[in-house]
Write a protein that binds this ligand. Structure first.
Ligand SMILES: *Cc1c(COP(=O)(O)O)cnc(C)c1O
Length: 427
């Protein structure tokens, strides 16, 4: 594969950005080699600056549930954009996206739009603290919630990729307010509530942890979190920045039918534009300014172009059978690869249209500790072989893959074939 143009663009980028990138995992450090600079995308495909074509399972890390350059999204964006790109004043498009979401989601009654998943989580934590008048928060090892200071503790995503358990620049005083416990461990959670009685504002969890491999939790554990929060007057936050609109229109809350107190959204909600949101009951949301004392604002919040992209992307998700078909495709892909796989340690985990490649074990993995960091060396090789055979995965073995509605069965068959060849090479 010729990647000379990407390589020279990357050399230039290194003069401009730390590590040559604007978000760390993009730098390809965990798989080695140079990142591919993407020129364009259409449907399930992307093309790099050297003209190489790939079937894309990164999908911008999840947002593109209908694939690249979706015509519906493009039309909506184009129409809106021509009337102006930002006003810093309310527009009817905010109402429209909010109504689309709230009238189809019994788990939240009001929401706020902002510009990223990180912002959504940051604001949800502030809201939980303001509502409960408590300071401590409880999170789980291996759950990533964006680059919020107090949540960069034993987090996943880029942090595991680079082997940091936390980030420099986060004051110890912040970290001291964050209690971290292993996933799937009830007694650790109980102990935390015993040690910090009446001090815990909230538990925050990715109900489907998908930033440190795919660490599927049982419904029972999530229900337990619901109960212990209610008992202790703490709030339960579901960080659904990945799982929201991905596992179903109501995300993991709907899948497990568990009612968290606050839900955060991002990724899919903006149709490929920078949008995040957090939602809760009317009572909790009334704490947010200007109604209440918890401040939160944004110059580009509810941006009309982004809102129209969100509306255009979410509407087709409501069509009957949409998520069933997406899951069917994912099962077809995963089963197809497993059927041709010759490599003993290789395994694929899946839920809905999310899948994760694991090389450590055949057992269920529910906990960040169960992933052997040494197993990532296999992913590194597989990643490069797959690029050579026209399949693009996110460049880290800790990251999950996504199937979009734009992936055809022909794409999936090609991908299965590519995996067969590449896994054989790995053997
Ligand atoms: C991606 C992600 C975030 C951060 O969202 P950004 O838009 O990257 O700021 C937060 N939480 C989860 C679960 C995520 O997957």
């Amino acid at each position: 594969m010729n990647n000379t143009t990407s390589a020279s663009l990357f050399e230039k980028a290194k003069n401009y950005f730390p590590g040559g990138v604007n978000s760390p995992v993009r730098a390809f450090r965990s798989v080695g080699g140079t990142p591919l600079f993407i020129e364009r995308g259409k449907g399930s495909r992307i093309w790099d600056a050297d003209g190489n074509e790939f079937i894309d399972y990164c999908c911008s890390w999840g947002p593109l549930i209908h694939g690249h350059a979706n015509e519906g999204v493009l039309d909506a964006v184009d129409k809106t954009m021509r009337k102006g790109t930002s006003f810093g004043a309310p527009t009817r498009l905010e109402n429209e996206l909010a109504e689309l979401i709230l009238s189809n989601n019994p788990y939240i009654q009001k929401l706020r739009f902002l510009s990223s998943g990180t912002e959504a989580v940051m604001s949800a934590i502030r809201l939980a603290r303001g509502f409960t008048k408590r300071n401590k928060i409880l999170k789980f090892e291996g759950c990533y919630h964006g680059h919020v200071d107090s949540l960069l503790v034993k987090a996943g995503s880029g942090l595991v990729t680079f082997g940091n358990s936390s980030s420099a620049g986060v004051p110890e005083a912040f970290v001291n307010e964050t209690i971290t416990v292993p996933l799937n461990n009830k007694s650790a959670v109980e102990e935390a509530f015993m040690n910090y009685r009446d001090q815990i504002a909230c538990i925050i969890i990715e109900p489907v942890p998908a930033n440190n491999g795919l660490l599927l939790q049982g419904k029972e554990f999530l229900s337990f979190l619901r109960e212990i929060c209610s008992k202790n007057k703490s709030l339960l936050i579901f960080d659904e920045v990945i799982s929201g609109f991905r596992l179903g229109f109501c995300g993991a809350a709907g899948l497990y039918d568990i009612h968290p107190d606050i839900i955060t959204y991002g990724k899919i909600i903006g149709g490929g534009f920078p949008v995040g949101a957090y939602g809760a009951s009317k009572e909790i949301m009334s704490c947010v300014s200007p109604e209440g004392p918890v401040y939160q604002a944004g110059t580009l919040s509810g941006n009309p172009v982004a809102m129209s992209a969100g509306i255009a992307q979410l509407k087709p998700c409501l069509e009957k059978g949409f998520y069933e078909e997406l899951a069917k495709k994912t099962n077809y892909l995963v089963d197809g690869i497993m059927n041709v796989n010759p490599f003993p340690l290789f395994n694929l985990f899946r839920l809905g249209s999310i899948f994760w490649i694991a090389f450590s074990t055949k057992q269920a993995i529910v906990n960040a500790d169960q992933i052997d960091p040494a197993s990532m060396s296999f992913f590194k090789i597989l990643h490069h072989h797959l690029l050579e055979h026209g399949v693009y995965l996110g460049p880290s073995g800790y990251e999950v893959g996504f199937v979009s509605s734009a992936h055809s069965y022909e794409d999936l068959d090609k991908t299965i074939k590519a995996f067969e060849i590449c896994l054989k090479k790995l053997v």
